[in-house]
Ligand binder design. Structure first.
Ligand SMILES: C[S@@+](CC[C@H](N)C(=O)[O-])C[C@H]1O[C@@H](n2cnc3c(N)ncnc32)[C@H](O)[C@@H]1O
Length: 231
């Protein structure tokens, strides 16, 4: 999978790219590259944004700047979508990232993620260049870099061989193995800390009963999270 992340802060991806599972992904031939919008802007002083028409606070990322960045990268008119490439704007109001969307994205071969900053994108970027808008949740962050990393992280760990332990991704929260429910609780040594004891059953060595207990805990967590009391 090739993931291109367009950003005003490419250096912020250095930490992300140094993470163990991301390096594993890269060794397996996958790629995450951060590209600076400023590198291809034709405006003087590496300008990328401007004040909003109609007034208001903040600066808006310009459509000509994003077009030039996408043209430079892909060699085509970004209004003509490239087959197989999803071009995703990170926006607070987009489709909220969840397990279904992560599964869907992990089947793609090429992803482009556009990070906004300040007041966000000129709407024509979203309308003419993007196939999707993705939100990390219904709150506002300062920029699209953290949402982009969240997308990359969630998607890369779905790819075969990226996680050291293949089993880790099979039975985890929201997986089919757990019927889409949250994962059950985990415990490790010490078996008793202060007066907090690990559930007896986990020390029993009875794998059948442990499995059944874990299933029940997972279902109960799912039911608790969906209870009407949560609003
Ligand atoms: C300060 S925000 C702009 C918020 C925008 N004016 C609004 O009210 O929706 C700057 C950028 O951060 C990113 N961003 C902020 N919150 C986000 C979220 N919850 N999910 C995805 N991206 C987000 C987007 O790329 C956005 O363009």
């Amino acid at each position: 999978m090739n993931i291109d992340v367009f950003t005003l802060f490419p250096d912020s991806f250095a930490w992300f790219n140094s993470q163990h599972h991301v390096r594993n992904a890269q060794e397996l031939g996958h790629r995450v590259e951060a590209i600076d919008y400023r590198d291809s802007t034709t405006l003087t002083g590496r300008q990328v944004d401007d004040t909003p028409f109609g007034g208001g606070a903040g600066m808006v990322l310009r459509v000509d700047v994003v077009e030039s960045a996408l043209r430079d990268r892909y060699g085509n008119d970004p209004a003509d979508r490239l087959p197989g490439r999803r071009v995703i704007a990170l926006t607070p109001g987009g489709r909220v990232l969840d397990e279904t969307l992560v599964e869907e994205l992990s089947d793609s071969s090429d992803l482009t993620l556009l990070c906004g900053r300040y007041e966000g994108f000129d709407e024509r970027i979203i309308e003419h260049f993007c196939t999707d808008q993705i939100s990390l949740g219904r709150f506002v962050l300062a920029g699209g870099e953290i949402p982009a990393m969240a997308v990359c992280d969630a998607v890369l760990r779905k790819l075969p061989g990226v996680l050291g332990h293949a089993d880790s991704a099979v039975e985890e929260s929201f997986s089919a193995a757990l019927d889409g429910q949250p994962e059950y609780p985990h415990y490790t040594r010490p078996a008793v800390w202060r007066d907090w004891a690990v559930p007896e059953i986990l020390l029993s060595g009875d794998h059948g009963r442990i499995e059944a207990w874990r299933r029940a805990e997972s279902q109960a967590r799912g039911a608790a999270n969906n209870s009407p009391d949560d609003g």
